[in-house]
Ligand binder design. Sequence first.
Ligand code: CU
Length: 328
Amino acid sequence: MTSLKQHPLVKCVALAFVWASVLLIPKLVSAEDWQVQVGAQSHDKGRQVIAFLPNEVWIHAGDSIAFTVASDEPHTVTFLTPNQVRLPFSVGCPGTTPSGSAEDGSSCVNSGTLTNGQGYSVTFPTAGDYKLVCLYHQNHTAMIHVLDLSARLPHDQEFYKDEAAEMQKEMLSSADHMMDHDMDSSADGVTAGTGAIVATGGGSDTLSVVRFMHPDKIVHVGDTVEWTNDDPITPHTITFGAEPANPIPPSANVTVDPDGALHATVSSQADNVHSGFIAAAPQDQIGLPQPLPGITRFRVTFTKPGTFAYKCVLHDNLGMLGKVIVLP
Ligand SMILES: [Cu+2]
């Protein structure tokens, strides 16, 4: 005897129902919520992937993207309006806009500072291409392509998840190689951070090693130690003693050598010596004025024996610490 489940009529009705739902799906699909990771880091926080992972996505008008920060280095999720001049993160749009804000190019959208684990959501009501930036970091951008509902999307969330994981793995591994290279090449001085700018069709990212290579430097009284920042983007400081309220300028006891490098003397653990921002100059861009040379080197002459601890005030939370051991 045929059970009710196997009855041909029941099968027919069930099949018709399946077909009806397939046909109805496009109309019933609600706006999709996509996921994009912001930043990534090594376990010891010493290597930072300063990127939107992925940095290019295709979505439908009406969809939203949930951005989540995954590094101790802070970031912002910011959409400036076309031709808006970029100002420091503390200025923002100016100011911030709430999570869930709509980006359609007509006004600025800005999360403000986001730290590890924090999220921010943006909806995209109108088709168009929207450039995303982080106000903390230069060359940290992404592109959001918003297509009409009728357009077919090239990738699904699973694809982007894999792509993000791959980007993270590759960039952390490149940072490892850079760190090894700088450990070898900075025998005479101390490399204060290194990094690289990486580009895709969607924008640019940077990877940054936030470490002093040879963090325990041994010298003799009268010697001068030279720190060089090899990172094309990320500034660092070399700071002995108290942390200044404004980390950008050097302390008053710092002088300038003939080659533009900054120079100071440390003779006691009580000395407060601060390099200010040691950073590369922004590179040439057509249509913009020629930038001044960057100050990428800081020198300290040690006149007394002892152990002198120092740090980068921008990245000490990530473990960017060092010491100079001065022997008689
Ligand atoms: Cu630093």
